[in-house]
Ligand binder design. Structure first.
Ligand SMILES: Nc1ncnc2c1ncn2[C@@H]1O[C@H](COP(=O)(O)OP(=O)(O)OP(=O)(O)O)[C@@H](O)[C@H]1O
Length: 546
């Protein structure tokens, strides 16, 4: 693909780069620079997170006291560790066909084969010693012998421990069967295990579930029913389910419902549904706290069951697009505190979100939204190709500006759109500004997201850590979203965009049209999402459009 060497005067319709006026702030102090950015530098970032200078000024006495305190703390935690590892129960169970010596501590259950079981036993195929950490166990049940159709009673056979097993980034369900026909023995183990599991306070007992039946391939209801509901049932998690019937339905339910009844919220859908619920949770916290100026941390964590076409947020906190992994993170109460951004225009809150794209990202989404009848993957590829066709190089103008408070991992960009962004970086987002570049260079830059690295090693790509960004489109020469897909229509399209015309933004995959300057601020740890810190997502998709 050759870059189109045209200028504004000669081929205005073909001119789509943005002239952006952006200024970034360290906390709330704005320093404006036309056509350039003022960034939070890496040295400032270090100072913000690690107050080293202050530490050096402290008198020696206080440093001695600190050392003593540290030592005492270490001693206490060593004692706690010893207590955790002291044996609570010891007994004999059959694991597989062999008898095992089973030990239970506060943190783990271990089993070791009893050898020799009988002097004549020549079978070497014994079940090996093993361990299950209680942090991975989500249910324990008493096993009974029952006739077909029998609902209750039955002779006790032993225990079943349902736990998660890790395979790369994936979490899978597994079961450990411990056989012992003594009802008394089995019940005392059952009661102790139940009590220990109740001690995991982050695990939800009652969750509000939202399912978007229209997301992606319209499979969200099946995904929930087949992969998530059985795990929730097994873990004794009660659910209150709303199947959404329109855009904004989840938000209106979240504004009204009694939140203190629930321990968490679960979203089954794509990025649009996730964005709506994250926004709803933070907005609700702000309304409840009567704090119109400042965002307030969401009261409940959100679990994300991926059922969309890209699932950036799910990939960013799970590393894979897998409903079972996502459900197990909820069941086991794995929590991540995640930074979010607020988007304000004219001082008014537009929404809360994790990422925004202005320029290329916004324009291609605006195009894709007009082709809703296409399948989501075709729609996306079509929009990317179409948008690339419609821009050319221009010095001093920005082709794309992205701001992301999470790494935005996906199968298309396994290391993320902003690989250097971590969830808990404390009020820093990544700003990626793509400046003057030819079309082929821009495509090269985009392509490198799907490989592994080097997407920022271009002279026209700037990346910065920011705590806030202000973006004001300055030029009124631009594309028109009314433009026909057919080039012949160019004569009828206005070259000068009318003052105050709304421009497309892509906020967490949702099309938001904003006419004015946009202020994006990063709010540290505004929401908790069920998941874990992930550095690379599983890559299962190759994009053929560029
Ligand atoms: N019953 C419904 N009908 C139409 N839209 C709905 C319904 N329920 C929710 N929505 C809205 O649909 C939008 C898109 O949802 P979602 O992101 O889950 O699906 P998707 O766009 O197909 O997935 P992806 O963003 O991964 O491509 C959200 O803004 C959501 O509020």
């Amino acid at each position: 693909m050759k870059p189109l060497p045209v200028s504004i005067a000669t081929r205005p319709r073909k001119y789509t780069p943005l002239s952006a006026y952006a200024c970034l702030s360290d906390r709330n102090k704005f320093i404006s620079v036309v056509f350039s950015f003022f960034f939070v530098s890496s040295s400032e970032r270090v100072n913000m997170s690690e107050p080293k200078v202050e530490a050096q000024r402290e008198p020696r006495d206080s440093s001695k006291k600190k050392k003593k305190k540290k030592k005492e703390k270490r001693k206490i935690s060593e004692e706690e560790e010893k207590e955790d590892e002291s044996v609570l129960m010891r007994g004999i169970f059959k694991v597989g066909k062999k008898s095992h010596d089973v030990l239970l501590t506060r943190t783990r259950l271990t089993w070791t084969p009893i050898i020799p079981e009988s002097p004549t036993d020549k079978d070497t195929n014994v079940v090996q010693a093993g361990v299950v950490l209680l942090q991975d166990v989500f249910a324990v049940k008493v096993k009974r012998r029952r006739m077909a159709g029998q609902q209750s009673g039955g002779a006790v056979l032993g225990l079943a421990l349902f736990h998660s097993r890790r395979r790369g980034r994936r979490l899978e369900e597994d079961t450990l069967h411990l056989h012992n026909a003594s009802a008394e023995h089995t019940h005392s183990w059952y009661n102790t295990l139940k009590e220990l599991l109740t001690g995991f306070s982050c695990r939800p007992r009652y969750v509000k579930v939202f399912i978007n039946p229209s997301s992606h391939k319209k499979e969200a209801v099946h995904i929930y029913r087949d992969h998530v509901a059985p795990l929730f049932k097994m873990a004794d998690i009660r659910t209150d389910i709303t199947v959404t019937d329109r855009k904004g339905h989840a938000l209106s339910v979240m504004k009204e419902c009694k939140l203190d009844e629930y321990d968490g919220v679960v979203c089954v859908g794509g990025d649009g549904s996730v964005a709506e619920l994250c926004h709803a949770l933070v907005l609700r916290a702000q309304l409840d706290a009567n704090s119109p100026e400042n965002p307030v941390r969401a009261a409940l964590p959100l679990g994300i069951i991926p059922a969309g076409s890209t699932d950036v947020v799910s990939c960013s906190v799970h590393g894979v697009r897998d409903p079972v992994t996502a459900a197990l993170h909820v069941v086991l109460g794995h929590l991540q505190q995640v930074d979010m951004c607020s988007f304000l225009s004219n001082g008014q809150l537009v929404r809360f979100g994790f990422s925004a794209m202005f320029g290329f990202g916004g324009r291609s989404l605006a195009r894709a939204e007009k082709k809703r009848w296409m399948s989501s993957s075709r729609r996306r590829e079509y929009a990317v190709v179409k948008t690339l066709e419609s821009w050319v190089t221009n010095q001093g103008l920005y082709l794309s500006i992205s701001i992301m408070s999470i790494p935005c991992l996906s199968p298309h960009a396994p290391q993320g759109l902003a690989p250097n962004t971590r969830y808990t970086l404390n009020s820093h987002a990544s700003l990626i500004a793509v400046g003057n570049a030819s079309r082929s260079e821009f495509i090269k830059h985009l392509k490198r997201y799907s490989s592994s690295s080097g997407q920022f090693s271009f002279p026209f790509v700037e990346t910065h850590s920011v705590s806030a960004v202000k973006i004001r489109p300055r030029s009124r020469i631009g594309w028109s979203e009314e433009e026909s897909e057919d080039e012949g229509d160019s004569k009828n399209t206005p070259i000068i965009q009318s003052e105050g015309a709304a421009l497309p933004w892509n906020i967490d995959g949702e099309l938001v049209e904003i006419a004015n300057e946009v202020l994006i601020r990063v709010h540290p740890r505004l929401i908790a999402l069920y998941g874990e810190e992930v550095h690379e997502a599983e890559s299962t998709v190759t994009c053929s459009c560029i």
